[in-house]
Ligand binder design. Structure first.
Ligand code: ATP
Ligand code: PRP
Length: 216
């Protein structure tokens, strides 16, 4: 548990921070700075008892799991890769919406490969999600872990397919890729440290309730 006696909220900068601002506003919380303009990783708010820590999107569950943050906002894609121990997931915030897909280069006959029972090389940041998806389909895959720019992998000959999130489809289109399978819908979730929910319930409950109102 962190030493700060108030509420620590873990957020990633970029779309999650931007899309969380209106939700925080409903809870009466305004961050003092925008992380895009500041190099600070701990940002105060208009409330002395609330602070925001800025972490990588995929690190948000880790901060919440270990109690270094009481609350966090993380994409379902990130949560699916995490073991979820010590984390309570009470609310779908319906922000940062996209879908998890399998995509291949235009002209690559994915269905024919699958039907032939050929081994597929799949590059992704989402190893667990990809493993479970292809195992459920009975497709044999070699998974290659990447940390970003998955769209390059089929173009550069690193992989036959990728598993990545798609929203407008512009990134796939710009790189001459096509989505061939939807795995699941993705949105961001409020996550709460389970111990903090017991120990700091009086402080946390109004903030969680404000998020519920904001989503409704
Ligand atoms: P990391 O920095 O840890 O690699 P990231 O680059 O995926 O993470 P962001 O791009 O800020 O982090 O995305 C945060 C979350 O927003 C993702 O976990 C996902 O749930 C969602 N997301 C990602 N891409 C899109 C998109 N194009 N449109 C809408 N939501 C998206
Ligand atoms: C995500 C994802 C895709 C893109 C899809 O990247 O990895 O590349 O969004 O969105 P689209 O379907 O609307 O084009 P992101 O925007 O997070 O890129 P970044 O992390 O490299 O900034």
């Amino acid at each position: 548990m962190n030493d700060f006696s108030g509420i620590t909220i873990a957020l990633s900068k970029g779309r999650i921070f931007e899309e969380t601002l209106p939700l925080l506003a409903v809870a009466g919380i305004t961050p003092a700075e925008n992380p895009e303009q500041s190099r600070k990783l701990i940002i105060g708010t208009n409330r002395a008892d609330v602070r925001v820590v800025i972490v990588r999107a995929s690190d948000v569950p880790t901060y919440v799991q270990y109690g270094a943050a009481d609350l966090g906002i993380a994409g379902k894609d990130v949560l699916l890769e995490h073991d979820g121990v010590g984390i309570y997931q009470p609310l779908d915030l319906k922000i940062a919406r996209c879908r998890m897909c399998v995509a291949v280069a235009e002209g690559f006959d994915y269905q024919a490969h699958v039907q032939r029972g050929a081994r597929l090389r799949v590059a992704t940041k989402y190893i667990k999600t990809a493993r479970e998806h292809f195992a459920a389909k009975g497709v044999h895959v070699d998974l290659i872990k990447l940390y970003g720019s998955m769209e390059l992998a089929p173009l550069a000959g690193l992989a036959d397919a990728i598993v990545d999130v798609v929203s407008s489809g512009n990134t796939l289109k710009a790189n001459k890729l096509v989505a061939v399978e939807d795995i699941c819908l993705i949105s961001s979730r409020l996550i709460v440290n389970q111990a903090a929910l017991k120990l700091k319930r009086e402080m946390l409950q109004p903030v969680i309730e404000a998020f519920v109102r904001a989503v409704a």
